[in-house]
Design a protein around this ligand. Sequence first.
Ligand code: ADP
Length: 587
Amino acid sequence: MKAYFRAVYLIAKSAKKQFYTILILSILVGMLEGLQVKFNVLILTALQNIIGGGNNYTALIIPFIAFVVICPSYYLYTPADAYLRSLLLQKFRIQLLKNVYNKVLNTEMKLFEDNELYDNIYKAQENAYNDSIMDIVNSIIYIPLLVSAIGSIFSIIGSYNPMLMLLAVFTMIPYFISRYLRGEEYFILRNNQTEKLRVTDYLWGILCGRNTNRDMRIFGTNDYMQKKYYDNLKEITDDVWKYEKKQFIRTAILDSCRPIGLGIGIILSSYMAFHGDITVSVFAAMLTAFSTVQEHAEGLIDKVTKTINSIPFISNYFNLINNKDGIKQGHEELTEPIHTIQFINVCFRYPHSKEGTIKNLSLTINKNESISILGENGAGKSTLSKLILGLYTPTLGDILYNGVSIFKLNRNKLYERVSAVFQDFTRYQMTVGENIGFGKSDMLYDKSYVEEYIKNHSYLEFIQNYQHGVDTILGREYGGIDISGGQWQKVAIARGDIKTSDLIVLDEPTASLDPLAEAGIFKKFLEMSSGKISLIVSHRIGAARLSNRILVMSDGGIVEDGTPEKLLNQNGIYTQLYKSQSYWYQQ
Ligand code: ADP
């Protein structure tokens, strides 16, 4: 119930004007509806009088005029209501997505390694598109309205025979049961399908994606992928069909109680009219009222059950927003550029992993060092670089920046001091200016800054020939130009380098360049990053030879540490790598 009130508050806050206008309008219209029933009775009674020889025409005309005046209000109300609801929904949707995104932004990076996070995000943002919000808005408007409408009809007609009215309500109980169970089972169905729905979206992306579609043609995996997609889709639709079939059978059985009730109602009122307990006009009005009460009770049940059933959906949103996995920020800030990074017995384990990836690692990095991290696949190089950047925090141990613990630092402030280019860097299907300028977000709107950077860096000279300069869109998907993998890498390196930083990490973004071209880029990169701490993660010795310190990793620890010359004399892993690769670099 708490989630319900929180949701109401959230809706009222994100679309204040629309929310209160809908509320007032609907209450007014509801009151008019009650009046209409009253006028209906008055008209019928006056008519019967006149037919019986009476001449009180005023008693007929006044309620008739009132009735006619009220009618058009519905025609105005319906489009106004639709318009306001659509506005409310849009405003709420934007607010909800903003809140979800802020939560995501404030989530520990290591939780992105856990698929539960993606499921939770999916379930929370689903509320921006499903009906739960409208059901909650409707509940505020219609539940009191319908209760008062039913109450007013009760008070007018029920006085003739309360049993009849109670019968109308009781025959609706099975309807309530069927709608309640329907909603409850729908929530279970959707919740269980979250992962499958995400997989389906992913597979659709593979079927229609440019590179994936290319791969499928080459490898002949089209049929396999399609089958995988349709099998997945079929599993989802099979569950939906099963659910719908169950609902159909249950609804058909339980809803049939309603006409049975109406039948008993007709018999009862006919009996009363036959015995002269009620007049013919009251008999007619009672029958209408009986159906109206049933109709309103149906509406009421719909609203109540939909509200009850929307609560778990909106609770998914609040569960995400309330969880305590947010980045545990310290408040301290570094007052000077990073000059030392110290790892003290650092251990790191990924969520759901049995074994640690970084094992009791101690290390000190100083200003002006250019470090290369070498090691076999899975040794822990990328994990170590993410720890150095402050993207992950140690599971055990501590990392000190200029002597201040990572746990005491405000990490957003730390990120302002670091830069990185990752192996799986992002290829933004946007302009060159944006692709590079994202590294310098404070200058993003100043095109000339990026233009100047491109001019001063020869490895970006391929951009100089672009017809639209920095406004050229990269990537075909949104009408831009295609560039090679190596060119994408250069753009990503420019993005990392353009940022003013004390520490820059290059985590194998040059893997698709040949060893010599890669070594060339590393050489330039090391020149560009003089005065900073630079860290290059690579398989190849191209960068290592040029760095002033090499760390060789194995099984989550550092097994060799020293200058290239020192390590070469140690006859260890670096020496082996050097011997096996050095011919690449002989020119
Ligand atoms: P490297 O960069 O040296 O190839 P990584 O740091 O990427 O090594 O990975 C080190 C180890 O951590 C590997 O054994 C890998 O299986 C594990 N690992 C990496 N990412 C995750 C993850 N998201 N969840 C669980 N284990 C992971």
